[in-house]
Design a protein around this ligand. Sequence first.
Ligand code: SF4
Ligand code: SF4
Length: 376
Amino acid sequence: MFFHVIVTNECNLQCRYCFGESMDDFDEDFGDDIEVEYDLPKKISYNIDVLDSFCRKDPECVLTFYGGEPLLGADKIKQIMDKVNPKLYMIQTNGLLLDKLEPKYVNRFHTILVSIDGEEALTDYYRGKGTFRRVTDNLKLIMTNGFKGELIARVTVMEQTDFYPQIRWLLNNDIFSFSSVHWQLNAGFWGNDYARRNFEEWSKANYVPDVKKLAAFWVDKMEQDGIVLKLYPLIGIAESLLHGESNSLMRCGGGWINYAIQTDGNIIPCPTMWGMKKYYLGNIAHADPLKLKKIFVDQPPCVGCRILDVCGGRCLYANITKRWRDEQYGKVCNTVAELVEAVKAELPRIQRLINNGKLSLKDFGYLKYNGCEIIP
Ligand code: SF4
Ligand code: SF4
């Protein structure tokens, strides 16, 4: 099982799509059905021995540090890494404090997901002036200090993003190039934002055409250089289609294989469901990680959707909270359908490369549930 360990709910950035949106959504609750505990401890309040015992019950236990910004609790991270021995450690961070964690800890991470949205002007527009330089300086430092794991650019995408050039830039530039890029749409997470945005126009005019261009570039690269770039979600969708997988479970693993542990030790289906008491699945002090309740998407529009077997329902949080009305959320589903079609359109070229031995199915392998949601 995979567990996001929420180290702290505090953050040292005020990004537009997170802090900014939360300010505009301040008065909006989730309705009578979903009561939220807002007064959870700001930092981990349980004993590390309890996490150790919990993790020992699952030989496949993978721990991913998460926040807020987890490195604001670097001391806790070090205490945990000194005591607990999961199968793997990972972290999702904004990267600003990566220089504060000694290489002996950083180099133990199997995967680091770092938030960056593209080139300097765009990243700083979303995340604050100076962010890009500090993050890329820290990434150069950890590479110099011997980090050998997978480093994934975790890109949040919305209307100000010129999608194709920005993803291409992250893959190849003079400052810091990534070999793994993952993107997620800022769509359906907040309540009031749809009306003040132009998501539909942007997705039709920019995002969807650019996804098709990116899928074509991805396969061009396979043909020219014989490499499968780790472009999540393309690789995840292609891998499923190549294996003929049909699976209606959440592709991020949320609620069935990828859970989160709050600062008070309560387990929730996904870190964004922080404080939602109705979805508490037990506390690490008593719960068995192998017997946690599974939460599924069991309602329309996902139930009955023709691409549920590839999409998996996209996002448990969005399905449960229904922040965007059905017809608004339908615009997001259109982008998912177009993305799946874009990958399907490239499958014959991929299949040819596999048939003639230039690539193998193994080249499409990746660590599933590594924090990349697969369906953006
Ligand atoms: S495309 Fe939309 S409706 Fe269909 S499974 Fe995905 S999230 Fe659900
Ligand atoms: S896609 Fe939704 S349910 Fe899955 S990890 Fe992201 S926020 Fe959570």
